[in-house]
Design a protein around this ligand. Structure first.
Ligand code: URA
Length: 438
């Protein structure tokens, strides 16, 4: 097969067949295709798209490009969850223990943060001693014993996606719905769960800025699940302001623990309950979303969700004392309050720019492999819609130096719009839920 013919076919808007897609994935995986030809095809796919059949073929090819995890030794219906990425999006740390605490096993591989969005693995690593690099056999043993494990993706999982994602990052080809769908679903399929809940973020702090593109991505991933015999639900949720109030690594761990202790209500809790309830629905543990949310709320009230979180930390080598003593978590030494310079109403937040501010503190990466300051970040004091007076605190910034706090403050001020009159409408928190039977 001549790969140039494949590039030209897609460039001219043609449909690639299974053999051509498999040839592409094999050449990416074994390194036989040069980067310039891979980039050319990626750009052709970005510009001309792929239909559902091509996307499914690419997804399955990538899913089996490396090791796949066999979860059959873990009893029950195993559930997983994936977020397309946002700011202060700490739902995994809340819902994984809550769902596991009602007997539905959660086996989850998570990623590191890159760009403005944070990663669960970085947050967990801010807990002293916590090991995210767990070997497959060990992970299965944890899941069998406690029904929960959250770990980093093993090296040999979906090597084709690793290579393609790195290439997309530097060739302007990240924002393609079929490529994003194949990237996410190949990893989820290879990780072996029976049911997957996808949190497709929509808004200024997400890949998908509008409902139409979020819906297209959600629909194709749900249908991909149907094709390969996995139960998939997609929740389209709002990312027009940070989901929680704490942004950073140890800071987000603290907020998750506060939610599990029952001390925090609001958007972060609501999205965690919605995603968690849909995981329980897929597992057949509850009959309705409302029943699922009530059951998970009960696990907050009776402390069993927090106990499951403690069990997960202990089994992965972390210091469980952090749950009762946040002083044991890192917190950067320099603290700066960012204050409003006018009276008015917060009408809008550019959430990606708030994520950018968090990168400036040292909590997020500017480039792959960059070490993080686990104790850095931002505590937001306001949400959109609220009134604000001159001199009132908008946010508190933590960093290792005054310079970093200053530059984070510049981004924060630019990100938050204060207007004379309140906005007439706020975007919804849960836009839509797409299920396979719908
Ligand atoms: N997350 C992924 O895992 N892959 C993408 O392509 C985009 C977001």
């Amino acid at each position: 097969m001549n790969f140039v013919d494949i590039i030209i076919k897609k460039r001219d808007g043609g449909k690639l067949d299974a053999e051509e897609i498999n040839y592409f994935v094999a050449g990416v995986t074994d390194g036989s295709l040069p980067d310039y030809q891979i980039s050319a095809l990626l750009m052709a796919i970005l510009l001309k798209g792929m239909d559902e059949e091509e996307t499914a073929q690419l997804t399955m090819g990538m899913a089996v490009s490396g090791n796949t995890i066999d979860l059959s030794s873990v009893e029950g219906f195993k559930v997983d969850k994936h977020s397309t990425g946002g700011v202060a999006d700490t739902t995994t740390l809340i819902l994984a223990p809550l769902v596991a605490s009602v007997g539905v096993p959660v086996v989850k591989m998570s990623g590191r943060g890159l760009g403005f969005s944070g990663g669960t693995i970085d947050k967990l690593e801010s807990i002293p001693g916590f090991r995210v690099d767990v070997l497959e056999e060990q992970a299965l043993a944890f899941a069998r014993k406690s029904g929960i494990v959250v770990m980093s993706q093993t090296d040999d999982l979906t090597p084709a996606d690793k290579k393609l994602y790195a290439m997309r990052d530097v060739t302007g080809t990240v924002d393609s719905i079929p490529l994003i769908a194949a990237s996410i679903m190949s990893k989820k399929i290879a990780a072996g769960a029976d049911g997957i809940v996808l949190d497709v973020k929509c808004g200024s702090g997400a890949f998908m800025k509008d409902l139409e593109s979020a819906e297209s991505l959600a629909e194709i991933m749900v249908s991909m699940g149907r094709r390969v015999g996995r139960k998939v639900t997609a929740v389209i949720s709002g990312m027009d302001q940070p989901l929680g109030m704490y942004i950073g690594n140890s800071l987000e761990v603290m907020e998750a623990i506060e939610v599990l202790k029952g001390n925090v209500e609001g958007d972060l809790l609501e999205v965690s309950l919605t995603l968690g309830a849909n995981m329980l629905l897929l597992a057949g543990r509850v009959q309705t979303e409302t029943e699922g949310k009530e059951l998970l709320m009960e696990q907050i009230r009776n402390g069993k969700g927090l106990e499951k979180f403690r069990e997960m930390i202990a089994q992965q080598g972390g210091d469980v004392n952090i749950i009762d003593n946040y002083d044991l978590l890192p917190l950067s030494p320099v603290k700066m309050e960012v204050k409003a310079d006018r009276d008015g109403y917060i009408t809008k937040m550019d959430t990606a720019m708030i994520g950018r501010a968090s990168q400036e503190t040292g909590a997020g990466r500017m480039f792959k492999g960059q070490p993080l300051d686990f104790g850095a970040g931002i505590i937001m004091k306001k949400r959109t819609g609220g009134a604000i007076a001159t001199g009132e605190t908008l946010a508190i910034v933590y960093s290792e130096s005054k310079e970093k706090c200053d530059s984070a403050a510049v981004f924060l001020k630019k990100a938050i719009t204060i207007a004379e009159k309140p906005a007439t409408e706020q975007p919804p928190l849960i836009w839509k839920i797409i299920r396979q039977e719908d």
